[in-house]
Write a protein that binds this ligand. Structure first.
Ligand SMILES: Nc1ncnc2c1ncn2[C@@H]1O[C@H](COP(=O)(O)OP(=O)(O)OP(=O)(O)O)[C@@H](O)[C@H]1O
Ligand SMILES: [Mg+2]
Length: 491
């Protein structure tokens, strides 16, 4: 059994919470918590009580959240602003994947967000619109190839194929019939508690069940023959959430129909959003209104795994991003990066506000806390606030360190540039300075298009201050316990 240290458990939960709530900023949260703990240690050794530091951290949290609200830059962030959204996505995914993938992945993420955008023009009640349902984007990892590749599919991809050798592997102009109907012989004569007295009755029972299922298949075929004629050159695809047995597949294959069984429930919802139509639970009274339409439907065999692609024309409301990579860890990393990119884009579209990235926000917030501290009279909280102002600077320092620059030099240059800008009253666009990953000279993140999300930063500030307060106090409780124990030993 692996026993996890309680502090490690709290920290890993912090990272998970940050990732689950906002989809980004987990490394920053851990870095700030770690820095607060590192800076607090010498203070505690100098007999400053942890509760004093924790009280200061609480005030620092309020001030920084206030500062975020005041300093967040309101932009006209709309789904149509492709360049701005691409920059936001790139800022999040570029730190996670190989550089050559950034361009194609951000393009795929933008296209999928555009695909699921709420259509205000068609909504009966615009207030009922779900802002962006990321669940309507399927992410399909495919373990193949020699180099990772990310593609946007205007349609859906399913990780299974049709189970009959005679079924077509590619069809154009297809009607899509989605159903949740059992087309499988269930051996009722064996499984049910129905009693029969002789072999003839048993035979009769199994024959009538077979007939019952065949009739259901025939009804689907009738619909196919009604809508697909030689003249209109249309084809037919059946996507069934339940099973289809070999005899039913045989009947469908004879008619040139592609039929997929056991389609996942979530994909049924997505497919109807992609292709139109509506899923049916019974094959009685079928008509053309239940059918969706796809430009092409085809099956691909990668190694031993089959995939079915359904691609549509027009303006679908659900879509898929495929990731192809030779190694499982690459697939996982790309999947995480796509999830983070999608959420960053959604956060920006909902917040309509952004903060300057590249550590510029942390530098500005730290300066703000220090200047506000000058007017603070409460000696109990000063230490904690100053400590948080210093801890925030770990973000620009880490950015410089990770790019091979001297952390202190790069940070000082950015701080000086920021102070200079404030003195000269340069205006909002020229006020912020962050870390340039290529040189010691600071950059203006707004000019470079490096943005951070307001939601992510707010969560980061709340989580890091709350958790480090908790850890400091737990530490105190543990220490108190130890002193009592030692005292007892001495007696
Ligand atoms: N091109 C860039 N130049 C400078 N800084 C950048 C650049 N791109 C991103 N950053 C900064 O990097 C930081 C984010 O780094 P990263 O994404 O690795 O960590 P995180 O968001 O804290 O954690 P995670 O993404 O793993 O949940 C942000 O402060 C962001 O402003
Ligand atoms: Mg990130």
């Amino acid at each position: 059994m692996r026993i996890q240290h309680p502090v490690a458990a709290i920290l890993s939960r912090a990272a998970i919470a940050q990732d689950e709530v906002t989809g980004d900023g987990s490394c920053s949260a851990l870095a700030v918590i770690g820095e607060i703990m590192r800076l607090a240690e010498p203070l505690i050794n100098e007999c400053i009580h942890p509760r004093k530091i924790s009280a200061g951290l609480d005030i620092a949290r309020e001030w920084t959240l206030d500062y975020i609200d005041k300093s967040a830059i309101t932009l006209d962030i709309k789904i149509e602003k492709k360049d701005l959204l691409l920059n936001i996505i790139k800022g999040v995914i570029a730190t996670k994947i190989e550089p050559f993938l950034v361009e194609q992945m951000s393009e795929a993420i933008y296209n999928s967000i555009y695909c699921i955008r709420p259509r205000t023009e068609t909504a009966k009640d615009p207030s009922s619109l779900i802002p962006l349902d990321l669940f309507m984007i399927e992410i399909m990892p495919i373990n193949i190839g020699i180099k990772p590749e990310v593609n946007f599919i205007k349609g859906m991809v399913m990780d299974h194929g049709c189970r009959h050798p005679d079924m077509p592997h590619e069809l154009f102009n297809c009607y899509i019939f989605c159903c949740n109907v059992n087309l499988e012989y269930e051996r009722t004569e064996v499984n049910s508690s129905f009693l029969y007295s002789n072999a003839k009755q048993r035979e009769q029972l199994s024959r009538s069940e077979r007939l019952f299922i065949d009739n259901k298949v025939r009804k689907i075929i009738e619909l196919k023959n009604k809508v697909c004629t030689k003249k209109n050159q249309k084809n037919f695809v059946v996507l069934n959430q339940k099973g289809i047995d070999p005899s039913s597949l045989e009947l469908l294959a004879k008619e040139g129909i592609i039929a997929l069984r056991r389609v996942k429930r979530r994909n049924m919802e997505r497919i109807t959003l992609c292709c139109g139509g509506s899923p049916v639970n019974s094959v009685e009274d079928l008509d053309v209104s239940v059918l969706g339409f796809a430009r092409k439907c085809w099956e691909v065999n990668y190694e031993d795994q089959k995939y079915t692609f359904v691609e549509v024309d027009g303006d679908p409301r659900s879509c898929c991003i495929t990731i192809q990579a030779p190694f499982k860890y690459q697939l996982e990393r790309c999947k995480d990066a796509i999830r983070d990119g999608l959420r960053a884009c959604r956060n920006a579209l909902i917040d309509k506000k952004l903060l300057p990235g590249a550590g510029a926000f942390e530098i500005a917030a730290s300066e703000h806390l220090r200047s506000r501290l000058k007017k603070e009279n409460n000696p109990k909280t000063i230490t904690g606030i100053a400590l948080f102002a210093d801890a925030l600077l770990t973000i620009p320092r880490s950015l410089a360190k990770n790019s091979g620059l001297s952390p202190n030099e790069a940070l000082t240059a950015a701080q000086l540039a920021y102070r200079q800008a404030i003195e000269n009253d340069n205006g909002l666009d020229n006020k912020y300075f962050g870390i340039n990953l290529d040189s010691i000279e600071p950059i203006n993140p707004i000019d470079e298009g490096i943005w951070d999300s307001v939601t992510v930063k707010k969560q980061l500030v709340s989580l890091s201050t709350t958790l480090s307060s908790l850890l400091l106090i737990i530490d105190e409780i543990i220490r108190a316990g130890k002193i009592v124990k030692n005292d007892k030993l001495q007696q």
